[in-house]
Design a protein around this ligand. Sequence first.
Ligand SMILES: [Zn+2]
Length: 274
Amino acid sequence: MLKIPVLTYHSANISGNEYQSNDHVALHHDLEILNNLGYQVIPAKWLVDWLTGCKNLDQSERYVVLTFDDGVSLDFHDWIHPEHGFQKSFFNILSDFSDKYPKQQPNVHASCFVIASKQARKNIQDKALAGHSLLGDEWWIDAENTQLLSIENHSWDHNHSACEETAQKSGTTGRFDVIDSYKECDIEVRQASEFIQEIIGKKQLLFAYPWGQYNEYLAHEYFPKFKNEHKAQAAFIVEPEHVNSQTNTWLIPRYVCGEHWKSQKQLVDIIYKK
Ligand SMILES: [Zn+2]
């Protein structure tokens, strides 16, 4: 039976220039390994279409899906880190990979899950990214217009503890599984989606739960029952499992770089996990 791993990277993860301290370095090396192992990178949307019966995937092939979380502009733009120097963007890493293996990798793609609220992004930038201007939205439309990236929804404000305001009814921040009523979900999912759509001029179809955290209401009530409002087709969690044909589309598991694997050897172990 076809099993597909979804891998997640954070372009803000730069505390050095080694595999373990830098998601840009890890992504670069991981793409080579995946290609050597015969894995083809495909868009997350293909995975969702396969799960919903709208697309066939070859059972004898090996597929992998890439997602980037939090909408840091290093997903798209190169950057000179004040301490660790030049950092090639995830986009440029994908682009080089795509150019290098046109035959083996004709569908290279990654989904960038971005935070909608400008105020939340400013707060998170100030408190969690040392004030670096890395959470702008000016790159979204350019990224969306490439063949290699899509902009998708990572909630209104991540319910991040850095935020001055929260949609959460009792003011609890720092986790997402406390978003458990229609009103809160409507802000975190539907309002976020419509705001992002205004900027990129296109509906997003995918949602990634902040920190991968969900609850009964989000996964089994809000997402399946209010599809005509939020317009999403699938939602991603964080769980060290491959996706199979029986996976719930509102609970699609993902492996996270630095959390579920910290070396090339661990990545290979994950990939071959049955
Ligand atoms: Zn996040």
